[in-house]
Design a protein around this ligand. Structure first.
Ligand code: F6P
Length: 326
């Protein structure tokens, strides 16, 4: 049954990601079309506790669909994860008389929202925003497509110089707990090897390739997810130098360029759909659920299940990478 929602709160929380602005815009414009007011709080949960807010009108979200970052700013708030912090935030909700709340963020932000729901009765839904794509309940998170396109573009450039000098490049990408950025960009760039937190014998596999490399390849790209247990790109390069002293090895850490930049077309569309569905979900009385898109269809995952899907890489993707980069 459709309920009457009159005023909703909105935050972006956790690490920023490209496409968050497109999602904010979709939420605000959908809400305006439905006659719903939107209060945006700055810096995620910090802004709720401090009652630092802005009334989000349709003009406020003009010209942002193509911009990276988040106009609402974001934070990872330790203060909020305390009883006092949550009580404080609940008072702000009361002050504004909210009857809906949307969080754009990752699993930490949803855990926070779930816990926070014990302190208020405002219906809450989330849109998945993280470059890592490591959440259960959606095929793609907001920020992932842009990040892998950024990585692909950067590695294409690295490949040019690697090929000219017959070098090995060890490239570190983000992914504290997940190797999804590494895996997808590795397939896209034809990387010769990857090291990811989900697979434990990556190093062995990498070193087993050195004989073939000697014969067949002039440049080699090794992609390391920052969360891999070997300890990152510099450690991996040391091991390669020891094992294969005849190769010239260089390291590139791509870092936060993966988090910024103009969102891709796919990102803008996905983020817009999720924003639209988030407002609709509140009207349909969904509560404590994350909006996701799976096989092109909207779906709802309870916050308590929208956790990181560590260890859930499709093993066939790894086989495909190995075959194609032989
Ligand atoms: O969770 C997204 C992410 O970009 C991770 O891949 C990375 O480990 C982390 O955030 C870095 O966070 P920050 O530099 O904002 O502390």
């Amino acid at each position: 049954m459709q309920s009457t929602v009159k005023k909703i709160g909105l935050i972006t929380s956790g690490g920023d990601s490209s496409g968050m602005n497109a999602c904010i815009r979709a939420i605000v414009r959908t809400a305006c079309a439905e006659g719903i007011e939107v209060v945006g709080f700055y810096r995620g949960y910090e802004g709720i506790m401090d009652n630092d807010f802005v009334a989000m009108t349709t003009e406020k979200v003009a010209n942002i669909i193509h911009r990276g970052g988040t106009i609402l700013k974001t934070a990872r708030s330790m203060r909020f994860m305390t009883e006092e912090g949550m009580k404080h935030a609940a008072q702000t909700f009361e002050k504004h008389q909210l009857d809906g709340f949307i969080v754009i963020g990752g699993d930490g932000s949803f855990k926070g929202a779930n816990e926070f729901s014990k302190y208020h009765s405002v219906k809450t839904v989330g849109c998945p925003g993280t470059i890592d794509n490591d959440l259960v309940g959606t095929d793609f998170t907001i920020g992932y497509d842009t990040a892998i396109n950024t990585v692909t573009e950067a590695i294409d450039k690295i490949r040019d110089t690697a090929e000219s000098h017959d070098r090995i490049f060890v490239v570190e990408v983000m992914g504290r707990d997940a190797g999804l950025i590494a895996l997808r960009s590795a397939i896209a760039c034809g990387a010769e090897a990857i090291l990811i937190p989900e697979r434990k014998n990556d190093l062995e596999i990498l070193l087993s390739k050195k004989k073939i490399w000697r014969k067949t390849k002039s440049s080699k790209i090794v992609i390391v997810a920052e969360g891999d247990e070997t300890g990152g790109a510099f450690e991996v390069s040391k091991i390669i130098k020891n094992e294969c002293p005849e190769f010239d090895v260089r390291v590139t850490i791509l870092g936060h360029i993966q988090r910024g930049g103009n969102p891709t077309c796919m990102e803008r569309v996905n983020a817009s759909l999720m924003g639209y569905y988030a407002v609709k979900a509140l009207q349909q009385n969904h509560n404590n659920e994350m909006i996701g898109i799976v096989n092109k269809k909207v779906c709802y995952t309870p916050f308590k299940n929208a956790v990181k899907h560590i260890d859930e890489l499709n093993p066939e993707m790894l086989t495909i990478l190995d075959i194609l980069s032989a």
